[in-house]
Design a protein around this ligand. Structure first.
Ligand code: SF4
Length: 387
């Protein structure tokens, strides 16, 4: 994918990546890209700054490491699938079946659009209720999955409950229906033609990957978020090495621009928290940086008219009143809103537009000067908190 700072590679990790592989990936990011590593809101790993000459060599490394650059349909799995102590049953066998079913050469899926996604949520503490997908499968109990279409857990249309041994066939039927409609078709187009009943209410509280989570084998997964979704390959490699010192067997990028270190003791998780903080990662759910979403912005993106990441630390200080609320400030270099397609309490669209309670592409309510930007955001955040 072409961006302002060169080509961008996206890697989808549906399983933990070993420390050795992650370190090799960081080395490749420095050798062939610009050493900037990102984790997206949907949990993909992005390597920036590749060139037309270096990208094929980088792709060769990814192939050797056996990392996944995405299937068709795109498969999203819950962060601790199969290892979360809170899961009712283990869905890893199903994941293996889906990977086989979604092989890229499958003729009947060739018509699927690149953005069509299937989400497999194994339950447990780190669920995917807030992540939207075309087709959702959520483990319930007794080897039953709740099947729903087009949206996040609250908005998706409920289809029914499917037993484990019927899941693959049911998904294949739905995906063929989508593929037959061509690459522009999404699950919301199927929903329009089906008479579906109301979805059962959601009972799970929202979750955040930041923290320590018990695993089935008695060890822990520790979650940290990247500051505004990005870091350097050098920082990530240093962190991965300190994780290995604590017995961590793998690291997984997960939704929420976060990283899980899997397999330490509880004491090791505390040591890792210090290592993560030293690298500038977010280790506390009450950190105001969690309330600021910034796209790559200028100069990294050619379309950007705002240095979003340069502004983000000051904006986070201004966004402190939002801590404890679900609200976010979105800094978008242009009206495309790549980093946050949904609405935000405040969105700044480069170079100077302010959208309140809307998306980056919505009509602006005012404009702001670069000198007054941080003060204006602080004023708006105070209004939201007290409103
Ligand atoms: S929102 Fe605009 S400026 Fe930001 S990354 Fe996307 S295209 Fe670039």
């Amino acid at each position: 994918m072409q961006t302002g700072d060169g080509l961008l590679a996206r890697i989808v990790a549906n399983e933990p990546v070993s420390v050795e592989k992650l370190c090799s990936l960081c080395d490749a990011s420095e050798a062939y890209g610009n050493g900037i590593v990102e984790i997206t809101q949907r949990g993909s790993l992005q390597i920036r700054g590749l060139t037309t000459a270096s990208a094929p060599r980088f792709a060769g490394i990814i192939e050797i490491l056996g990392l996944d650059t995405g299937s068709r349909p795109l498969l999203l799995t819950s962060p601790l699938l199969g290892i979360d102590a809170g899961e009712a049953f283990d869905s890893t066998a199903l994941l293996a079946q889906l990977k086989v079913a979604f092989r890229p050469d499958r003729p009947d899926f060739q018509g699927l659009g690149a953005k069509v996604s299937v989400l497999l949520d194994g339950g447990g503490s780190l669920h995917l209720d807030a992540v939207p997908a075309d087709i959702r499968l959520e483990a319930t109990s007794n080897y039953l999955f709740k099947l729903s279409l087009a949206g996040d857990a609250a908005s998706a249309a409920f289809v029914g409950y499917v037993s484990m041994n019927r899941v693959v066939a049911s998904l294949e039927d739905l995906l063929r229906l989508l593929a037959d409609r061509g690459p522009g078709a999404r699950a919301k187009d199927l929903v329009a033609g089906l008479s579906l009943s109301a979805a059962p209410a959601i009972t799970r509280p929202p979750c955040d990957p930041i923290g320590a989570y018990p695993l089935k084998d008695g060890t822990f997964a520790s979650g940290f978020a990247l500051s505004f979704g990005h870091t350097t390959a050098a920082a990530l490699k240093r962190f991965a090495k300190s994780a290995a010192d604590q017995g961590v067997r793998g690291l997984r990028p997960v939704p929420g621009r976060a990283l899980l270190a899997i397999g330490s003791s509880l004491a090791g998780a505390e040591i890792l928290r210090e290592s993560a903080a030293k690298e500038g990662f977010i280790v506390d759910v009450t950190d105001a940086r969690r309330h600021v979403i910034a796209c790559a912005g200028a100069p990294a993106c050619a379309s950007a008219r705002l240095p979003t990441r340069e502004l983000a630390p000051d904006v986070a200080r201004a966004a402190r009143p939002l801590v404890g609320t679900p609200h976010v400030v979105h800094l978008s270099g242009c009206g495309k809103g790549c980093a946050h397609p949904g609405p935000a309490a405040v969105t700044i669209v480069g170079p100077d537009l302010v959208v309140v309670n809307g998306r980056a592409g919505d009509a602006a309510s005012s404009t702001v000067s670069s000198a007054g930007l941080v003060a204006d955001i602080e004023r708006l955040c105070n209004t939201i908190q007290h409103g």
